[in-house]
Structures are given as C-alpha cells and as structure tokens.
Design a protein around this ligand. Structure first.
Ligand code: COS
Length: 383
C-alpha cells in the first residue's frame, strides 16, 4: 500500500519549478533596480504575463490559468523569493478580484475578469482609509443613491498598485446608520470621471510596488457596478481577506526562503579563522532555527491554502494564523540573514537588507499581526 497523503501533488511541484526558472531568469535580475529606483517592475510584469503567472487564480471560464489556491500560493512564494515587490502583481490581482469571485454578478465577472486574465489590466483593493485602518468598518467613503446609480465620494489610503491598476474594488458606506451592515462594494475604473491618485508613498520596502491614496470626487457609478447586495460589502471584504491572508503568508515564506538561500551561500564561502564560517556551531544553530521556522511557516501556509480552496469553515482562523506566523518568521529569518552576512548584509551590495525591509510589511498589511491575533482569539473563544 502506498502512502501519498500529506504531500504536495506533482503538478504543483511542476508549477513551482516553472515559476522558479522564470523568476531566476527574468524577475530576480530586476529586483535591486526596482527597489533602488522605486519603479514598478514592468519587465517582471511582462515576464510573469508571458508565463501566465500574473493572475494565476482567475478561473479558466474567464480565460485565466485556473490555478487553485495552493498553486497560486506557490506562484506568489516563488516570485517573492526573487522579488517581493513583483510578487504583489499576482497577490494584489487576487486581492482585488476576490470580492468579484465571491459575490459578484455573472455579468460583472464576465466584464472584468478576462482583461485581468489576459494581463491587460490589474485590479486593486480599496478598503483602508486615513482614519479607518484596523477598524475597517469605521470607513467614511460614501456611496449615495442617485437615480439609477450611485455617487461615490471619499479617500482610500495605502492602496497597493494604485495608479497602475485599471480596476478597483472600493468599499463604501451606503447606509451610515447601519455600521458594518451598511457597507457595500463596487467596481470602479481608473478612467471613471472623478477618480484621482495621490503621490507615491515613500516606503521602507516593497518600493517597486506603487502605494498611493485614491480619491473619489463625485464618481458616478451605474448600479450594476455593485458587487453583491447593498450592505454586504463588509462581509465580502472580510471573506476576501480570509482567502488572501494566505497569499501574504506565501509571500512571507518566499521572502524568507530567498534570505535563507542567500545566507547558506554566503556562510559556505566566507572564511574567517582559516575556515568557512558555516563550520562554526554558533552559525549552524542560527541556520537550523531559520530552516525550522521556515518549514513550519510553509506547512501552515499550505494547510491554509487547502482550506481556502475548499472554503472550509475554519479558513478565517487558518488564514490569520498562517499570515501571522509566516510574516513573523520572515522578519526573524531575514534579520538573521543580515546578521550572517555581517557588514556585507548591512549594505545594498547584497539583497539581504532589501529582503529584511520587504519582510516587515508582511507583518502589517492585510491586517496587522495584532489584528490576526484578535481574529484567532475570537475563533478559539467563540468558534
Ligand atoms: N467572514 C464573514 N463575515 C465576517 C468576517 C469574516 N471573516 N469577519 C467579520 N464578519 C462579519 C461579522 O459576522 C459581522 O456580521 P454581522 O453584523 O452580520 O453580525 C460583521 O462582519 C462585523 O464583524 P465584527 O463585529 O467582527 O467587526 P469588527 O468591526 O469588530 O472588525 C476585524 C473585525 C477587526 C477583524 C476587522 O475590522 C479587520 O479584519 N480589520 C483589519 C482590516 C484589514 O485587514 N485591513 C487591511 C486592508 S487590506 S491592505
């Protein structure tokens, strides 16, 4: 009797090998420059698009690659191993389109998913506001019913790929008296009159991925741009994050793997006291801890991805746990990689410091790790 349970299927490993090859050749070489210049990694986007890895989760019926949640996580992980900023291309395309996939009408999906699948458009997600970060339900952006449509006014902040993306899922309150039950979701196009963008945020890491404010000044939206029913927007936003926190976990795993690979290469070449530093037990213990944390983070991430694919009841808990654990692990592993490279690790001649800066955001976005702990504790206490 053969035992084949609890193993990544061969087809998923084949996807990993294909993305890894592509990233080594065509994404990693751009990573330092995209970070240094703070410019969108167009060459990496073009390479990912050519390989159909720019939005792999889009179902085949809309012209996508139809990758399941585990395959999508593996794609994001492998891109992040080479360049964290570039991994936000598949990750944010999933984040932006997930509300449509979960709650959108057939007509909205048919209209907006094929351009993303083809790589003609990207899709961003607009939830956070200047005064509504962790407390997402406190948003002030308003959509007021007007004739046969809505008029949208407000400001969204920290919007990944803003300005580059063609489409935006925007959450706005349609009934301020109803709190989180008065929030609705809409598709907004970059070209809709009244849509504007702020200056690029000057960030610590993921510098190649543009982050801007998005402004809505009297934007008229036809009623059929609403995703799901009025008042269901907050629930859709939260269900989306349950799925996409898994992709941030995958991104963190990829960044950490890149840092461990780099550290291993360095310590087996660097000589001090007449031998490679890898022969010292103090170094070996650090490597062992890095590898152990990474393995645990990857297993939790893949388990959460499987739950995402099956939309299991405890996905909320597993998505939060994977994102929290993997991002904390990535922060520790990248910091240790900088330490293992010594003075060289502290310079931009080596990518360790970039990886450390990039890892930091994974502890913050798609819900801070404090919020992930709130989500986990609520699940443990109340089911
Ligand atoms: N799936 C489905 N529904 C959910 C849900 C989920 N994961 N989480 C909450 N809801 C529902 C609740 O069931 C509740 O519905 P009812 O009003 O019908 O009872 C409603 O949403 C409000 O839920 P809750 O009272 O738990 O909301 P809170 O205001 O306490 O907020 C947290 C909950 C803190 C978890 C939420 O605001 C959050 O995740 N904040 C972080 C936001 C974030 O990740 N921002 C990053 C943006 S992307 S970079």
């Amino acid at each position: 009797m053969t035992f084949d349970a609890y193993r990544i299927p061969e087809e998923h490993e084949a996807i990993r090998a294909a993305v890894r090859d592509l990233c080594v050749d065509k994404v990693a070489p751009n990573a330092a420059a995209t970070d240094e210049k703070g410019e969108f990694p167009q060459a990496s986007f073009d390479a990912l698009r050519a390989g159909d890895f720019h939005a792999p989760h889009i179902p085949t019926e809309y012209g996508g690659a139809g990758a399941d949640a585990l395959a999508t996580a593996i794609v994001i992980e492998e891109v992040a191993r080479a360049c964290a900023a570039s991994s936000l291309i598949p990750a944010v395309n999933k984040l932006g389109t997930m509300p449509l996939l979960l709650a959108g009408s057939a007509q909205l999906k048919r209209r907006y998913l094929p351009p993303v699948a083809r790589g003609d458009a990207m899709f961003s997600y607009c939830l956070s506001e200047p005064e509504a970060g962790s407390d997402a339900a406190a948003m002030r952006t308003r959509a007021v019913r007007d004739g046969d449509g809505y008029v949208l006014d407000g400001v969204k902040r920290w919007i990944t790929n803003a300005g580059v993306s063609e489409y935006y899922t925007v959450f706005a309150t349609t009934d301020p008296s109803a709190g989180s039950r008065g929030i609705s979701a809409f598709v907004v196009e970059k070209s809709d009159p009244g849509v504007g963008f702020g200056a690029l945020e000057k960030k610590l890491g993921i510098k190649g991925s543009p982050t801007r404010e998005v402004y809505f000044d009297g934007v008229r939206l036809p009623a059929d741009r609403m995703i799901g029913a009025p008042g269901e927007g907050f629930r859709t936003a939260m269900r989306t994050l349950d799925h996409t926190r898994v992709t941030i976990a995958a991104q963190a795993v990829g960044i950490a793997q890149g840092a461990l690979d780099l550290a291993l290469e360095y310590v087996t070449q660097r000589e001090q006291f007449g031998k490679t530093v890898a022969t010292f037990q103090g170094i070996q213990f650090m490597l062992a801890d890095m590898g152990m944390k990474l393995a645990a983070a990857r297993q939790l991430t893949y388990a959460a991805a499987a739950k995402s694919e099956r939309d299991e009841a405890d996905l909320r808990y597993f998505g939060a746990a994977a994102k929290c654990f993997a991002s904390d692990a990535a922060m520790q592993i990248t910091t240790d990689a900088v330490q293992l490279l010594g003075g060289y690790g502290y310079t931009s001649d080596f990518p360790a410091e970039r990886m450390m800066r990039d890892a930091k955001i994974t502890q913050i976005y798609e819900g801070t790790n404090q919020i992930q702990r709130v989500v986990m504790a609520r699940h443990l206490l109340h089911g």
